[in-house]
Every structure is written in structure tokens, then in C-alpha cells.
Design a protein around this ligand. Structure first.
Ligand code: NAP
Ligand code: MG
Length: 493
């Protein structure tokens, strides 16, 4: 255990209607520190009855009470106060995030800063939602109102726990929705730590509810509940498909941010050092547990061998270690389950391709779900390690011959979340950008993400967009109002 003053070994309940409530059946589940494999907290496990309570609270808060008459300006003020409160507690929150998820403390600090920025961005956008007047003939007036969608169920993964909560809650609250957030079972602690802030800064009870529990029980009950208007989900494509099918029964609005197998494409004219660093950063940041990880590294044949060599040399310097040590660049994977899953792909990869570096547990570390940064090369795009999302520190390097082959390989995937291209040739860069079927494309970088710009995927990486003004749109309905200005009776008979 860390010697820090942050104490998190305690039991958390669900946060419903502004109160902490135990699960109706009294069940809890343990939460771990993946670097020590020890239990650090117990959390109430919601069943369908608890979910029903939370949805009814969110429904009541949306339909009556002070929230529907809270002005957009005031919703913005509340979000600014929340952002400030998170900034004041950023150090403690980052530490809890690092301990619970395994990510390096320095990355957790960036994440928590981004959480505040996200709430601030949508605070500012709340009172900038505009309707418009429609140009119908002069004997009528038609205008469009934008209204909150209603009760939003928000289901998030474990890789960026509080940041994913912010991406969901901030636009929904700015829009005037009420929310039920279900954090991932592995990493609920930071969301629970900020639950009380909502009350403290003045959000009415029931506007934000947090229920914990397993996807198959709590998550599934939320998605099926008829009191929910909208489901926003981030996670695996497999669960995304289950969610769409379940939500279809009540025709809920759904947005999905799913995984990827994103190509990171390198041409010989790229800045060499920046490119090699970008290849490593793109795939190993956050232990590779990133939906937009550049896990397929496409390198032109003329530089291929030297590129694999340079990546391998530099990868040796990546410091694995305890999440709370400031020099750590990669911590453990989030859970035993994820460690086992990634380890099984390492075995598959050893049969399909060649190992440049890594391929197992780091020998110098004892406990903890650590996996070495692993680079497979001579990978074929048809190999499983090039097609399936591994969600760990595993790079598949694939050679290509010329621009059109790079584009063909890059697009040959069921996913379409992100891609990157490295070249100094601006014409080539834009040709590639236009040819790639993905929702986020970086040129000469990979991974920077800004709240001001839309985030989301093509193909099986999901639909809908988070962040930016589009992220707010996903929580708004459109109401067209027609006003008759013509006093002549309808000549119908
Ligand atoms: P997951 O199973 O898709 O879980 C994501 C969220 O959905 C969690 O809160 C989960 O709950 C919940 N969930 C699971 N089954 C559900 C259901 N039937 N109905 C409603 N909600 C449900 O992802 P995971 O188990 O955490 O990781 C598995 C794989 O998903 C990873 O290896 C990776 O490929 C992918 N993934 C992608 C992202 C991304 O950002 N795109 C993030 C994380 C994982 P519980 O976890 O509490 O059971
Ligand atoms: Mg799960």
C-alpha cells in the first residue's frame, strides 16, 4: 500500500437521489489495486431493483422539481463550480485514479485536469444552444427549439475512469438531462469520490445518480429500463451490439464509442525521431489500454527494418513500475482478467509473427498485473493480432509497399475509430487523410485529444460523437413549433 495520506480502503454505496444507499439486497463487490493485487475498497453491487430506484429518481428530477426550470446560464454556473471543486481535489483524485486503474500518476494528473476542462467547456456551452426560425411562407411562423433528451443512462469503461464519466456527464448536464452513470466494475472509485460534489455545488437531488455493479446485471437493467430516454456507452464492440439490441425494444437513442485497431502509418520522409517516438507513444500510452491505440504500425518497406530496430531500442527505455512513482511510464494492466486476456494474445502473436521485444511479464517486478511493452513484427494484416482489439501494450508492425497499399491495409479492418499518418509531404498527408475511413485522424502525431473537437468512430467503432458541440447535440431533441398567422378559416369542406 502507498504511504500517502489518501485513504480509500472503505465501503462505497450507490449515490441515488442525492443520498448514499446500500444495494437493496446488501451485496457488495471488491475493488483492487492492480499493482499490489490487494482489495482497496468494497462497493455496493446494484441489482435491477437499485437501478429502478435510480431511474425513478432521475425521471422525477427531469420531469418535476427544480431542474427543468433551472436556466441554461445556471446549469453552466453549476458545472463551473463542479470543475473548480475537482481542481481543488485534483491531487487526491489523481492518486486514487492511479491506484485503482494502474495508470502512472503523471498520466492520472493529466486525466483529472482534463476532467475539469471538460466540465468547464460544457459549462460555457450550456447557454449557447440555439434554435432557429425556419423560412416557411409568410402566413406562418415556424421555429425550432432544442430541448434536453431526458434521462440518460451512461455506461463507461475502466481505462480513463473519471475522464469517461466527465465526457458523459458534462454535455448531458449542460443540455439539461438527468443522468444515471454506471462506472466500470473495476474502477468506480473516482466517480464515487466526486458524487458528493454534485450536491455540494448545488445540483438538485436525482440529477446525477451513480450506480455500481456488473454490466450483465446493473448495466443491462439500465439499458432495458423504459424510464431511460438515451443510452451513452463506451466499451467493447461486443457489448455495444448487445446494448443496441436491448435498447431497440424501447427505441432509446443510443450513442456508442467502441474500440478500434487503429493504423499508425509511417512514410520514409517523416521526421525519424518524432516518428519512432510517435509509434511507441501511440500504442503504449496508458499501458495500451486506449480505444484509439495505434496498435497496427504500418511502415513502408524501405525503412521497415531500421524502424523496427529503432522502436525496439527506444522501447527498452520505457520504465515499468508502480503507478505512484513519478518516473513510471507504464503501470500494471487494470485487472487479472485483462492481464490474462492480453497474455493469451501474446501467445497467439508468438505463433503468428516475430517478437522484437517483450512478450510476457517483466521479470524485475513481483506482484501486479504488469505486461512488458511488446512489439511483434512481420505481422500480416490478416493475423488475429492485427484484427482483434487487444487493449494492452502490444504493437503489430506491418510492412507496406507504397501509398495505395498503406491505405488498403489501413482500411482493411472492421473498426474505424482513429488513424495517424507521418510524412513531411503535405499532399500525400491529405490524400491519405481523405482515403482513411476513421473518425479521428492525426497527421504527424497520435493521441492528442481536445474537448473542443468531436470524438467517435466510423464502422464498428460506434456511432454518434462525443466532445465539442456535437457531443452536446447528442443530448438534445429537436422540437419544431408552427404558429398560424393566417386568420382565414381552413377551406377544407
Ligand atoms: P466492456 O465489457 O465493453 O465494458 C464496458 C462497460 O459496459 C462496463 O461498465 C461494463 O460493466 C458494461 N457492460 C458489460 N456488459 C454489459 C451489458 N450486457 N449491458 C450493459 N452494460 C454492460 O469492456 P470491458 O469488459 O471493460 O473490457 C473488454 C474489452 O472492451 C477490452 O479488452 C477492450 O477491447 C474493450 N474496451 C474498449 C474501451 C474503449 O474505450 N473503446 C474501453 C474499455 C474496454 P462491468 O465492467 O462493470 O461489467
Ligand atoms: Mg466487464
Amino acid at each position: 500500500m502507498s504511504s500517502s495520506p489518501t485513504v480509500i480502503a472503505k465501503t462505497y454505496k450507490n449515490f441515488v437521489n442525492g443520498q448514499w444507499v446500500a444495494a437493496a439486497d446488501g451485496k457488495t463487490f471488491p475493488v483492487y489495486d492492480p499493482s499490489t493485487e490487494e482489495v482497496i475498497a468494497h462497493v455496493a453491487a446494484a441489482s435491477a431493483a437499485d437501478v429502478d430506484h435510480a431511474v425513478k429518481s432521475a425521471r422525477a428530477a427531469f420531469d418535476s422539481g427544480p431542474w427543468p426550470s433551472t436556466t441554461a446560464q445556471d446549469r453552466g454556473r453549476l458545472l463551473y463550480k463542479l470543475a473548480e471543486k475537482i481542481r481543488q481535489n485534483a491531487g487526491a483524485l489523481a492518486e486514487i485514479e492511479a491506484r485503482n486503474s494502474g495508470k502512472p500518476i503523471v498520466e492520472a494528473e493529466y486525466d483529472i485536469a482534463d476532467v475539469s476542462t471538460c466540465f468547464e467547456y460544457y459549462a460555457g456551452l450550456a447557454n449557447k444552444v440555439l434554435g432557429h426560425v425556419n423560412p416557411v411562407p409568410a402566413n406562418a411562423l415556424s421555429f425550432t427549439l432544442r430541448e434536453p433528451m431526458g434521462v440518460a443512462a451512461q455506461i463507461i469503461p475502466w481505462n480513463y475512469p473519471l475522464l469517461m464519466a466527465a465526457w458523459k456527464l458534462a454535455p448531458a448536464l449542460a443540455a439539461g438531462c438527468t443522468c444515471i452513470l454506471k462506472p466500470a466494475e473495476q474502477t468506480p472509485l473516482t466517480a464515487l469520490e466526486i458524487a458528493g460534489y454534485f450536491e455540494e455545488v448545488g445540483f438538485p437531488p436525482g440529477v446525477v445518480n451513480i450506480v455500481n455493479g456488473l454490466g450483465e446485471t446493473a448495466g443491462a437493467a439500465l439499458v432495458a429500463h423504459p424510464g431511460v430516454d438515451k443510452v451513452a456507452f463506451t466499451g467493447s464492440a461486443a457489448v455495444g451490439k448487445i446494448i443496441v439490441k436491448s435498447a431497440a425494444d424501447t427505441l432509446k437513442r443510443v450513442t456508442l464509442e467502441l474500440g478500434g485497431k487503429s493504423p499508425n502509418i509511417f512514410f520514409p520522409d517523416a521526421d525519424w525521431e518524432a516518428a519512432v517516438d510517435g509509434a511507441l507513444f501511440g500504442v503504449f500510452i496508458n499501458q495500451g489500454e486506449v480505444c484509439s491505440a495505434g496498435s497496427r504500425i504500418l511502415v513502408e518497406k524501405s525503412i521497415y527494418s531500421k524502424f523496427v530496430e529503432s522502436m525496439t531500442e527506444k522501447a527498452k527505455r520505457i520504465k515499468l513500475g508502480a503507478p505512484l512513482e513519478r518516473e513510471t511510464k507504464m503501470g500494471p494492466l487494470v485487472s487479472k482478467e485483462q492481464y490474462d486476456r492480453v497474455s493469451s494474445y501474446l501467445e497467439i502473436g508468438k505463433k503468428e509473427a516475430k517478437v522484437a521485444i517483450g512478450g510476457g511479464r517483466p521479470k524485475q517486478l513481483g506482484k501486479g498485473y504488469y505486461v512488458e511493452p511488446t512489439i511483434f513484427y512481420d505481422v500480416k494484416n490478416s493475423d488475429r493480432i492485427a484484427r482483434e482489439e487487444i487493449f494492452g501494450p502490444v504493437a503489430s508492425v506491418i510492412p507496406f509497399d507504397g501509398e495505395s497499399e498503406a491505405i488498403r491495409i489501413a482500411n482493411d479492418t472492421p473498426y474505424g475509430l482513429a488513424a495517424a499518418v507521418w510524412t513531411r509531404d503535405i499532399y500525400k498527408a491529405f490524400r491519405v487523410v481523405k482515403s482513411l475511413r476513421a473518425g479521428i485522424i492525426w497527421v504527424n502525431h497520435m493521441q492528442p485529444t481536445y474537448v473542443e473537437a468531436p470524438w467517435g468512430g466510423y464502422k464498428q467503432s460506434g456511432f454518434g460523437r462525443e466532445l465539442g458541440p456535437m457531443g452536446l447535440e447528442e443530448y438534445l431533441e429537436t422540437k419544431q413549433v408552427f404558429v398560424n398567422l393566417d386568420e382565414t378559416p381552413i377551406a377544407w369542406y
